[in-house]
Design a protein around this ligand. Sequence first.
Ligand code: I3S
Length: 127
Amino acid sequence: CCSSPRPPACPSEKCGILNMTKITENGKKVRKNWTSSWTSLQGSMLLFTKQQGSGTSWFGGQSKPEITVDLRGGSVEWASKDKSSKKHVLELKTQQGTELLIQSENESTVNDWLRALQDAISTHAFD
Ligand code: I3S
């Protein structure tokens, strides 16, 4: 992970750029809004920071995570076809009733994230 220039909040267990959208928030369906986000796994927390431009813009910007997901008590799996027309989509559900889709055009990237998220969920299951 993390070739230079090095974004903030990295190294962590896992980080990289993914497309993501919320589909449900606190149990309520919300409109999809796919965005490319810097995604960083830190312990039981998954942080998304919206990408503002490319490359060096990670420096000096306000790259405060926009969405922080608590993975404890959550679940992750391959999203069913009816959730999205995109390829390689994971569905992440939190205990708080938020559902996110995360996606990349690169299948192995998504496979790696699936494993990392499953690991984090099981490692922190009894925190
Ligand atoms: O599940 P949906 O409603 O087919 O999701 C698509 C829409 O959200 C669409 O935007 P509009 O809200 O303007 O219709 C998005 O542009 C698409 O990307 C969404 O579908 P995919 O299949 O890409 O997740």
